[in-house]
Design a protein. Structure first.
Length: 636
C-alpha cells in the first residue's frame, strides 16, 4: 500500500504505483487537466512520474509558485525545436531558465538576427497548437553520446564528456525533437500558450572567448496572455524610464569607453548625488555613527588575513609599488577594523558605530556593466557597528526601523525583507556553530520587529549571513539595496579586541550595514522610479526663473540670488526667446517649479508660479515661494 500525503493534510492510499497525473485525476478531473508537473517530497517531477513509495505530493498547476519555472524550461525546448525545423542542421547547446524567461544557444551556418525572430516565434506557436506529448527517457552516458553523435549534435556530446559515468541521464522528446535535459517539463506542448522572443546576442561556447561564437536567442514565457502583456508593458515603461536616457535628457552624467564602468558626473547629476549623500550623512549623525575615512589602497596581506583574497581576488584591482602588491579596496570593512584597533577599547565604549561614504572598486566583467546600475567604481553608504553579542538585537532592530524610514523618504513603500543564509561548504569561513548563531540572531531580531521575511539558502556572504532589503519600484520591479550582516569572523581574523567587564580580551561582533548600498546604483534606481520627476527635495534644479523680456533680467537675477542664498537649487533662463518656448523647454527638464516674471511681477515684487504638471499656482512673493520650498524640502 502506498500512502500519498497532500498539501491540505489529507491522505490517499493506493494498492499499486500511480503517476502524478493519475493522482491528480483521482483528486478531481479538473485538476488532472490543469496539472503541469508535480512536486514529490520537495522535488519537481513530470506528471508521468510514478509514485512507488509513500510520499508528500503537490500537484503543480498554473497557481503553484513553481509553475513558471516548468513553463519557461519547456518553452526553451519549444524554441529549440522550432529553430531546428526552420533551420535544419542547427545544433542546440544549452537553454536555461533565467529571470522572466529563458534563452537557448545555437550553432549554425550563420548567426541569427532579430529579423529571424518572427518566423521562429510563429513556428513555436504552430508546435504549441500540435499539443505534442513530451516524454522522458533514460540512457547511459555512452548511449546518449551515440544518440547525439548520430544527430550531429557535437556540442551535446561534449557536454556528456563532463558528466560522471554513474549519473543517470534523462532525455526529453516532443515530436521529432529530443534534448538532453534534467526536466521536468509540461506534459504536452499545448500547455505553452504565452511567450515571446525578445532579442538575439552572441555568446561564446561555455563563456570562453577561445571557443566558437554561438547565437543566443532570449525569450520570455508566462502562464497566460494577461501576464505576458503586463510584462511587455512593464518593459515598454522601463524603456521610457531607462536611467541612461533620462540622464542624457536632464544632463546628469555620462560614461565613455576610456573609463569603463565609471561615471562622469555633470553638475546637475552631482547635485542629485549630493542631495542623497547629505541626507544619508544626517542619517549617520542622527543614528549615532561617527564618520570616518579609510585608504583606497591597501597591501594585499591585509586582504589575505581578512579572507577577501581567497574568496574575492578575481574581482579586485591590483597594483604594485616598490616591490609590494596592493589592491584597491572592493569593500570598506577591513579599513574600519584598522581604525577600531587603534587604542585599547573597553566594553563600556560599545557599541562603536563607524560610517563612511567609502569609494570602492570591483573588477566586474565588461558584459555585466550596465549604466550606473552595475559599475566598477562606486561609493557606498557603508557602516560598521562593533558591539557585544548582547547588543546585536537592539542594533539590528534600530537599523531596520531607520532603513524603512529612509526608503519611505525616497518614495519607496513596498519593501520585501529577506535573509541570505550560509553559502555551501568550502565557500564560506567559520564553523557551522558560528553560522547557526548568526542566522538565529537575524531571525530573532526581525521577529522582534514584527516583520515577515523570505529565506535565501546559499546566498549569504562568505563571512556572514545577511538581511537584505528589496525595494519594489513604480512599475513593479524589485531592487536589492540595503543589507545588515552579523559577522563574528572578520574582527577575530584581523585582531580586533576589547576588554570586557572581567578584564578579559574579547573579539567584538561586527555588524556590516548599508541602507542605500552603492550610491551610483541607488541613484539609477531613483531616476527610473521617479522617471526623472524627482520630488522637490531631490531635484537637481528645484525652480527655474524665466523673464518675459530683457527688462526683467535684473529682477530675475535678484530673486535667484536670494533663493540660492537660502540653500535652494534655483537657476534662471534669460535667453532671448518667447516665454512659451522657455516654459516648454524647461517643462521637458522636469523641474518642479517654473517661475515667470514679467513687468507686473517686477513692479509688485512677485513671481508667477507654475508646477511642472502645468498647474498655475498663482502669484507669490519670493518669500512666500521660499516658504513653500522650505516645507517641501524639509525631508532632505
Amino acid at each position: 500500500m502506498i500512502t500519498i500525503s497532500l498539501p491540505d493534510g489529507s491522505k490517499r492510499e493506493f494498492a499499486e504505483p500511480i503517476s502524478v497525473h493519475e493522482l491528480a485525476c483521482a483528486i478531481g478531473p479538473g485538476l488532472g487537466a490543469a496539472a503541469l508537473a508535480g512536486k514529490v517530497d520537495g522535488k519537481l517531477v513530470d506528471t508521468a512520474h510514478l509514485l512507488r513509495h509513500d510520499a508528500t505530493v503537490e500537484i503543480v498547476t498554473d497557481r503553484h509558485p513553481d509553475a513558471l519555472e516548468v513553463v519557461r524550461h519547456s518553452t526553451a525546448h519549444l524554441l529549440a525545436q522550432a529553430v531546428q525545423r526552420l533551420y535544419p542542421g542547427t545544433q542546440v547547446t544549452i537553454g536555461p531558465v533565467i529571470d522572466n524567461g529563458f534563452y537557448y544557444d545555437f550553432a549554425g551556418e550563420r548567426p541569427f538576427t532579430v529579423e529571424d525572430l518572427p518566423a521562429i516565434e510563429a513556428e513555436m506557436a504552430r508546435i504549441a497548437k500540435e499539443a505534442l506529448p513530451v516524454t522522458r527517457s533514460e540512457k547511459t552516458r555512452e548511449q546518449a553520446a551515440q544518440f547525439f553523435e548520430g544527430l550531429g549534435e557535437h556540442y551535446k556530446v561534449e557536454i556528456l564528456r563532463d558528466i560522471a559515468d554513474d549519473q543517470p541521464l534523462s532525455l526529453y522528446t516532443q515530436g521529432e525533437f529530443t534534448d538532453l535535459c534534467r526536466g521536468p517539463h509540461v506534459p504536452n506542448t499545448g500547455k505553452l500558450r504565452a511567450f515571446k522572443l525578445m532579442k538575439v546576442a552572441g555568446a561564446y561556447w561555455r563563456g570562453n572567448s577561445d571557443n566558437a561564437m554561438l547565437s543566443r536567442i532570449y525569450g520570455t514565457a508566462w502562464l497566460n496572455d494577461k501576464d505576458l502583456k503586463a510584462y511587455l508593458l512593464q518593459l515598454e515603461e522601463a524603456e521610457k524610464r531607462d536611467h541612461r536616457k533620462i540622464a542624457k535628457l536632464l544632463d546628469l552624467f555620462h560614461q565613455q569607453e576610456e573609463a569603463p564602468g565609471m561615471v562622469f558626473w555633470h553638475y546637475k547629476g552631482w547635485a542629485l548625488w549630493q542631495a542623497v549623500e547629505q541626507y544619508m550623512r544626517r542619517v549617520y549623525r542622527d543614528s549615532g555613527y561617527r564618520e570616518v575615512k579609510a585608504p583606497q589602497v591597501l597591501d594585499v596581506s591585509l586582504w589575505q588575513r581578512s579572507g577577501h583574497w581567497q574568496n574575492y581576488q578575481e574581482n579586485m584591482f591590483l597594483t604594485e609599488s616598490e616591490k609590494r602588491q596592493y589592491a584597491l579596496k572592493p569593500m570598506n570593512c577591513p579599513g574600519h577594523i584598522q581604525i577600531f584597533k587603534q587604542g585599547l577599547r573597553s566594553y563600556r565604549e560599545l557599541p562603536i558605530r563607524y560610517g563612511e561614504f567609502g569609494g570602492c572598486h570591483r573588477n566586474e566583467p565588461s558584459g555585466a556593466l550596465h549604466g550606473i546600475m552595475r559599475v566598477r567604481a562606486f561609493t557606498q553608504d557603508d557602516g560598521h557597528v562593533f558591539c557585544t553579542e548582547e547588543q546585536i538585537a537592539d542594533e539590528v532592530q534600530a537599523f531596520h526601523r531607520q532603513a524603512l524610514k529612509v526608503y519611505a523618504d525616497f518614495g519607496f513603500d513596498n519593501i520585501a525583507v529577506k535573509i541570505a543564509l550560509r553559502p555551501e561548504a568550502g565557500k564560506r569561513l567559520g564553523s557551522d556553530e558560528v553560522w547557526d548563531k548568526a542566522e538565529a540572531l537575524l531571525r530573532s531580531a526581525l521577529s522582534a520587529c514584527g516583520v515577515t521575511w523570505e529565506e535565501l539558502p546559499g546566498e549569504g556572504a562568505f563571512y556572514s549571513p545577511k538581511i537584505e532589503y528589496h525595494l519594489k519600484d513604480a512599475i513593479g520591479r524589485e531592487w536589492q539595496v540595503g543589507t545588515m550582516q552579523v559577522d563574528y569572523l572578520m574582527p577575530e581574523r584581523l585582531g580586533a579586541e576589547y576588554i570586557d567587564e572581567h578584564s578579559q580580551r574579547r573579539s567584538p561582533v561586527m555588524l556590516h550595514r548599508a541602507i542605500v548600498g552603492s550610491l551610483e546604483r541607488f541613484i539609477g534606481i531613483l531616476i527610473e522610479h521617479h522617471a526623472g520627476y524627482f520630488p522637490t527635495w531631490l531635484a537637481p534644479v528645484q525652480a527655474m526663473l524665466m523673464n518675459v523680456t530683457d527688462a526683467q533680467a535684473d529682477y530675475v537675477e535678484a530673486v535667484r540670488t536670494a533663493l540660492t542664498r537660502e540653500g535652494f537649487r534655483v537657476e534662471s533662463d534669460l535667453r532671448n526667446e518667447k516665454i512659451g518656448y522657455k516654459i516648454r523647454e524647461n517643462t521637458l527638464q522636469r523641474i518642479p517649479y517654473l517661475l515667470v516674471i514679467g513687468d507686473r511681477e517686477k513692479e509688485h515684487g512677485t513671481v508667477t508660479v507654475r508646477s511642472r504638471a502645468g498647474d498655475d499656482l498663482g502669484t507669490m512673493t519670493p518669500a512666500e515661494f521660499a516658504a513653500r520650498l522650505r516645507e517641501e524640502t524639509a525631508i532632505g
